[in-house]
Design a protein around this ligand. Structure first.
Ligand code: PEP
Ligand code: MN
Length: 348
């Protein structure tokens, strides 16, 4: 829909617009109002080049898109009935829980193996463990590829599928070769289109699930959903959206908690939403409340950092990780909220 700056376009301006949209197989149809005339673009209006050329015209105020930019992730797309199942849970049917350490400590593998057993006992469906870590400080521990063996050993011992963040093509290859079930795209890389394409290509013919964190710098919802579309466009639509707090931080919290985003996402996309309260509030004592609020807002799942002995952990674990007993209580309470929403409120 083209909204001109003036009340209507001149015949010369109409001719210029008609020529541009014609190049993209579209036509314009004036919608004549009492005061103002606007112009519908008839045809597939999604071509970015066409939109950019129209937006560049000095007499165009703005373009309002009627068609969704997401061919696959839109809630009205043919994929809307697609369901993602992992660890015995189908997202949307039951509250899904991903839990485990921020970072696997390769010098103390037993911590991770114990954490794995504990999060399973607490009710988690997927075990998370950071093998490679994106660290703000270049001198901080960056993770260790050897931790992949510890992650897979924990998966074998518990029977839980595992989630790990990948940041480049080689890590994607190592993780998939090892059998990692869920690839995590971190907040720092959610706008790295080259990595999104690499992951999309790598998982295209697999049933791997991708957990896509929300970048701190993602403004609009469209930017987040478009990042998911990048991955799904290669053929595997198993992409979960994971808000994890955004910028600027709320004084006292690590980031600005964004668990209230879920109803807005659900209006636009069918993609499941799994909230990460750990990176959102950034402190173990605040995590349970954020997790429960997330479920009240309609989240399909939670991704929570947990550790058998947080103070002996590395990465974020000393400050953010829940102990197994707090994790178990949080999951139990979150399930009650889930049931309340679904039985009493009909899931709304
Ligand atoms: C993490 O999950 O440990 C992590 C680094 O998360 P984020 O990318 O959301 O900061
Ligand atoms: Mn972390």
């Amino acid at each position: 829909m083209i909204l001109p700056k003036s009340n209507r376009l001149t015949p010369e301006q109409v001719a210029e617009v008609t020529a541009i949209v014609g190049e993209f197989g579209c036509q314009i149809q004036p919608i004549i109002g009492a005061v103002r005339t606007i112009y519908a673009i008839v045809g597939d209006e999604r071509d970015e080049l066409m939109i950019n050329r129209l937006e560049g015209l000095s007499f165009v105020d703005r373009i309002d898109r009627i068609q969704s930019p997401f061919k696959l992730m839109d809630r009205r797309s043919d994929l809307a009935s697609h369901r993602i199942t992992i660890g015995g849970v189908t997202l949307g049917e039951e509250l899904a829980v991903i839990a485990g350490q921020c970072t696997i400590d390769p010098r103390n593998p037993n911590f991770f193996l114990e954490t794995a057993a504990a999060v399973k006992e607490a009710g988690a469906h997927v075990l998370r463990g950071g093998v490679w870590k994106p660290r703000t400080n270049p001198y901080a521990f960056q993770g260790d590829a050897k931790s992949i063996d510890i992650l897979m050993e924990a998966s074998r011992l518990t029977g839980l599928p595992v989630d790990a963040e990948v940041m480049d093509e080689q890590q994607v290859r190592v993780a998939l070769d090892a059998g990692v079930h869920m690839l995590q795209v971190g907040a720092r890389n959610a706008l790295n289109y080259s990595l999104l394409r690499t992951i999309g290509r790598a998982v295209a013919k697999r049933d791997t699930v991708v957990l896509l964190k929300r970048s701190l710098h993602m403004g609009s919802l469209n930017e987040f959903i478009s990042a998911a579309e990048y991955i799904a466009a290669f053929g595997n639509p198993n992409v979960i959206l994971c808000p994890r707090g955004t910028a600027p931080a709320l004084d006292g919290y690590r980031n600005h908690p964004d668990e209230s985003i879920t109803p807005l996402l659900k209006e636009k996309t069918w993609a499941p939403v799994v909230i990460d309260p750990s990176h959102s509030v950034g402190k173990a004592s605040y995590v349970p409340a954020c997790a429960l609020a997330a479920v009240a807002y309609g989240a399909d799942g939670l991704c929570i950092e947990a550790h058998v002995s947080p103070s002996q952990g590395i990465g974020d674990d000393p400050k953010q990780a829940l102990t197994p007993s707090v994790l178990a209580d949080t999951i139990a309470q979150a399930r009650q909220i889930w049931s309340l929403r679904h039985s009493v409120m009909g899931g709304v």
